[in-house]
Design a protein around this ligand. Structure first.
Ligand code: KIV
Length: 281
């Protein structure tokens, strides 16, 4: 069993909180984040020492098989978030606000974010935002809702941008990403998440920010790194190149399922059996 910082691999570690993650960021210690969508997996990820679990709207694609994250039903994501927190009670759990649960009206946004905290027991909510969302983030923060502002590439804008696009690749665009991050932090965001920007832009975002910054496809400068669980565990047939997979579980599941198919065919599946009770006298 080896140790990584305060983590005991394969064992337990101190509970993570928003404050402990901010402390790690201040000390320059990296923290590991993964998406997660169910209690059983959350338990394993907590045991592995993952610091933050994001119940992302990527559930639309990887759990529900929908073509776009904007189709994620809110009630389903709320239920998945509650399951993840039950599986990993000692890990920071972030609920991802689905498309149209925070854009249409600030009152609805606050109510929906509140449901993530109260019903699903999420520790923080994430929303995709530019500087125009600063007033909403301010209201949420003053209502006591910890918010992670997701800047850079924003998958919920996929209809507008005709696909996933890296951001901040010209100086002017990089300045816009920086201005978004700064406005949202000033409004009270407790964390920033920077997606698909050049590493020097992510570096500028985190070096200017006083709150932890999580990166995805944004180089190594961010305090935290997140990736979609299914991508990094090799559970999809096609994996986007945002992180190198650490496992190839898809084929392993297929192989295990083939064994089950064989055992059933051979009527050799073992396990518990039941015997007839003695007749009552
Ligand atoms: O929904 C999600 O999984 C995300 C990550 C890709 C950052 O927002």
């Amino acid at each position: 069993m080896s140790t990584v910082g305060s983590i005991i691999e394969g064992g337990s570690r101190k509970p993570t909180t928003l404050a402990s993650l901010a402390g790690m960021a201040q000390r320059g210690e990296a923290f590991a984040c993964l998406t997660c969508y169910d209690a059983a997996t959350a338990r394993w990820l907590e045991q592995a020492g993952v610091h933050l679990l994001l119940v992302g709207d990527t559930a639309a694609e990887v759990v529900l098989g929908l073509p776009r994250t904007i189709e994620m039903p809110f009630e389903v994501l709320l239920a998945l978030t509650a399951g993840v927190k039950r599986g990993a009670p000692s890990t920071v759990v972030m609920g991802d606000m689905p498309f149209m649960t925070y854009q249409a009206s600030p009152d609805a946004a606050i109510e929906n974010a509140g449901r993530f905290l109260v019903e699903a027991k999420a520790d923080i909510v994430k929303l995709e935002a530019d500087a125009s969302f600063a007033p909403l983030v301010r209201r949420m923060a003053s209502a006591g809702i910890p918010v992670c502002a997701h800047v850079g590439s924003k998958p919920q804008h996929v209809a507008l941008t005709s696909g996933y696009r890296a951001q901040g690749r010209t100086r002017a665009d990089a300045d816009r990403v920086l201005a978004d991050a700064q406005a949202l932090e000033e409004a009270g965001a407790a964390m920033l998440l920077v997606e698909a920007v050049p590493s020097e832009v992510a570096d500028e975002v985190v070096s200017r920010a006083a709150v932890p910054g999580i990166g995805i496809g944004a180089g190594t400068a961010c305090h935290g790194q997140v990736v979609v669980l299914h991508d990094v565990m090799g559970l999809l047939e096609k994996t986007p190149g945002l992180a190198q997979p650490v496992a190839n579980l898809g084929p392993a599941i297929r192989e295990a399922a083939m064994q089950w198919v064989r055992r059933v065919a051979e009527r050799d599946f073992g396990g518990k059996t039941f015997t007839m009770r003695e007749p009552e006298a």
